[in-house]
Design a protein around this ligand. Structure first.
Ligand code: AMP
Length: 216
């Protein structure tokens, strides 16, 4: 089973590329942000615990997110692979993931870091929205649906903006990324499984870099 991790600041396009990887290669996309938003929408115990934290752009507790990810990976029936988007975000999460993969006879194959500029991420995030039905991501200036108001992927006409996509909250998410997630990048670089790509390029160019890293 292929096991990949996408790391990068909020707004760098990890989710969009992860959905493409899933479509083209069958590698299951697991986004911890999406998992948490589903828990919040379902008003589960986890959702109730995480709601205010997510809305304020802070990180939820390591133990909560580690358990959520481990349970989800265990339930996966995909033999093809898994692609983690948004996890691990802290060093304790990365170390817990290592323990999990080891005890389940798995191996992290590749960690792809999207390198991107904070100011550009702020611009991207302030105009982004997604399809309420299938989650396909769009941007009001850079990535509109082909037919205005209709999702390219599923034809839905319902869209949503994330409550944590404001400028103030994004600034704080970027700060946390540098402070708490960059040590994770250093951690994987020491394990020789880290691949850096330029996240400032167009969707297609970023995809080409990912295809090169993942191979045929
Ligand atoms: P995302 O969709 O990846 O931007 O995540 C949205 C929000 O979910 C984050 O701002 C955090 O509040 C929470 N979250 C997602 N993944 C994690 C994680 N690995 N560790 C802690 N909090 C997370």
């Amino acid at each position: 089973m292929t096991f990949i991790i996408l790391l990068g600041p909020p707004g760098c396009g990890k989710g969009t590329q992860a959905r493409t990887i899933q479509k083209e290669r069958g590698i299951v996309h697991l986004s911890t942000g999406e998992m948490l938003r589903e828990e919040v929408a379902a008003e589960s115990a986890v959702g109730k615990r995480a709601k205010r934290i997510i809305e304020s752009g802070m990180f939820v507790a390591d133990d909560l997110i580690i358990e959520l990810v481990a349970n989800r990976i265990k339930k996966l029936d995909s033999q093809v692979g898994v692609n983690l988007d948004g996890f691990p975000r802290t060093l304790p999460q990365a170390k817990a993931l290592d323990k999990f993969v080891e005890s389940n006879q798995l191996r992290i194959d590749k960690v792809i870091e999207f390198v991107a500029d904070d100011n550009a991420m702020l611009k991207r995030i302030s105009g982004r929205y997604s399809c309420l039905t299938c989650g396909e991501g769009y941007h009001q200036d850079f990535d509109k649906p082909k037919l205005a108001g209709v999702c390219d992927n599923c034809g839905s006409t319902n869209f949503q903006c994330r409550t944590d996509d404001t400028v103030a909250i994004t600034r704080s998410r970027l700060k946390d990324y540098h402070l708490r997630t960059e040590p994770v990048i250093t951690y994987y670089s020491g394990k020789d499984i880290l691949y850096k790509i330029n996240g400032m390029l167009s969707l297609e160019e970023v995809k080409q870099q990912i295809d090169k890293v993942l191979g045929p």
